[in-house]
Design a protein around this ligand. Structure first.
Ligand code: EPZ
Length: 447
């Protein structure tokens, strides 16, 4: 992989000299959030499996290391292909510091519970967007017969789950939750009898995890709709090769980067239907979006034309993805008039707005709504990536800005964007990784 691990555990910055229109072609990597779910699912398999199109990003390597810490044998065949043998797993406990480095470590609860009826996992870390409870995950496990799933039973931040036996259940999620849907699906695969998840999340990565499990021998129906039915099976034979879907959020970030720099970029290896919420808004704003079978070209017919303001509300798939909210706010800053962004998924996901203001953005936030006064001219500044997608938004703003921007804590961006320096450089950007200022040394936890 690229040199991102040379700085593992250390902080660094991206220096971006803006004002260059991005031009050319770019390939999208495998989906971070699908890969994290699929890797967790792979530890339930009773044989070996091979994963292709695995993104070469920090969070995925942390998830691999977590699975190795359980005893799994994981070998890289190449940069994006891994052979996983979970038959060597010898513990159901994961409580070390790796667990709190990624949010998705919570998938080990469902996977280990499904695998052997027991899981002992530290509560996960995560980007700070306000409270991030896992009550729905625990409720699902409890309905399936697991003991240890009530808040009172969580001991020193460790969830100790045990089911004897784990059985199917009807699970109603009163909030649409990606994590709870995947966790319930994982546990249900090997539970006795049938499980029904009602008001399930429908994100592309839910479907990808279900497709992976089905190819390993699971019986999951309805993934991608709001009711998922799973018939438990005693064995998941595995011995199959599976390719991770492209990353919807990486693709959207590059679409926005192309747009804000008045560029002309064709983004390959994406699924255009996954991009519809963003493509539709960008067309409404006046951008040209040309869809191919597995590509999208983004450009402006005439750079003098008006960019129209619009209103966006994030919501679960197929709604507008919250993980593109910060980047889209940068896009809305270039509109001719006032736009509105309503964050409907996370309680507090506008923490990056003061950073954008340092670059010249004129945004007023009131509770979950940001009012974006357009026609901002971004200028270079020293700013901080407060989390992964906030960092991606600052990269977009910096590419558009006049002058040089330093994005501190840029290691947070590398958690979810494969080879971002290499990819943007190939499109004509001037972006370099530099050592950070010493005052930026907070712990980084993740997405
Ligand atoms: C996943 O987080 C993603 N992370 C997030 O992406 C993404 O923002 C989020 O889904 C929404 O799309 C991974 O896939 C690893 P949720 P997750 O459970 O599963 C509430 C990124 O940038 N809720 O769908 O943790 C919760 O507070 C990351 O790549 C409960 O109330 O999100 C939130 O308001 C960041 N109780 C809403 O549901 C629960 O038990 C949706 O959360 C669980 C969630």
């Amino acid at each position: 992989m690229e040199d991102i691990f040379n700085g593992a555990g250390k902080n660094y910055a991206y220096e971006i000299k803006g004002g260059v229109s991005l031009k050319g072609d770019i390939d999208i990597s495998g989906s971070k959030n699908a890969a994290l779910g699929v890797i967790a699912a792979s530890i339930m398999v009773d044989g070996v499996c091979t994963l292709e199109n695995v993104p070469d990003i920090v969070d995925v390597h942390v998830m691999f290391d977590l699975c190795r810490s359980l005893g799994a044998t994981i070998d890289a065949i190449d940069e994006h292909t891994y052979r996983i043998d979970p038959t060597t797993i010898n513990t159901y406990k994961a409580s070390g510091p790796l667990v709190s480095r990624i949010r998705a470590s919570y998938y080990l609860m469902g996977a280990l519970l499904g695998r052997g009826g027991k899981a002992s996992i530290r509560l996960p870390g995560g980007c700070n967007f306000g409270t991030r409870p896992i009550d729905l995950h625990l409720k699902a496990f409890q309905l399936m017969g697991a003991k240890g799933a009530t808040p009172a039973e969580i001991n020193s931040g460790i969830v100790n789950l045990e089911a004897n036996p784990l059985h199917g259940a009807r699970i109603y999620l009163d909030i649409v939750s990606v994590g709870a849907t995947i966790n319930a699906m994982l546990a249900a695969c090997k539970a006795q009898g049938q499980t029904e998840i009602i008001n399930a999340a429908k994100e592309p990565h839910i479907v990808d995890v279900a497709n992976f499990l089905n190819s390993m021998g699971a019986r999951i129906k309805g993934a991608g709709t709001d009711t998922i039915k799973i018939t438990g099976v005693p064995v998941l034979p595995g011995n199959f090769t599976y390719s991770i879907i492209p990353d919807q959020i990486e693709a959207g970030t590059y679409m926005i980067a192309a747009a804000v720099t008045n560029g002309d970029v064709t983004i390959h290896n994406l699924i255009p239907t996954h991009m519809e919420p963003l493509s539709d808004k960008m067309r409404e704003m006046g951008y040209q979006i040309e869809e191919g079978d597995e590509s999208i070209r983004v450009y402006r017919a005439n750079c003098e034309d008006t960019i129209y303001p619009t209103s966006v509300k994030t919501s679960p798939y197929p709604g507008f993805p919250t993980d593109l909210q910060p980047q889209t706010v940068v896009l809305l800053c270039s509109a001719d008039g006032q736009s509105r962004m309503h964050e409907n998924v996370w309680q507090n996901r506008f923490q990056y707005v003061p950073e954008l203001a340092k670059m010249g953005a004129n945004i007023n936030v009131y509770e979950r709504i940001a009012w974006i006064n357009g026609k901002s001219s971004f200028r270079g500044a020293i700013v901080e990536a407060t989390d992964l997608r906030a960092g991606a938004a600052l990269v977009c703003a910096a590419l558009e800005a006049e002058g040089t921007t330093y994005i501190m804590n840029a290691q947070r961006i590398d958690r979810g964007y494969e080879h971002i320096v290499r990819k943007l450089t190939a499109l004509g950007a001037t972006i370099t990784r530099v050592n950070h200022a010493p005052e930026y040394n907070e712990e980084d936890t993740e997405a």
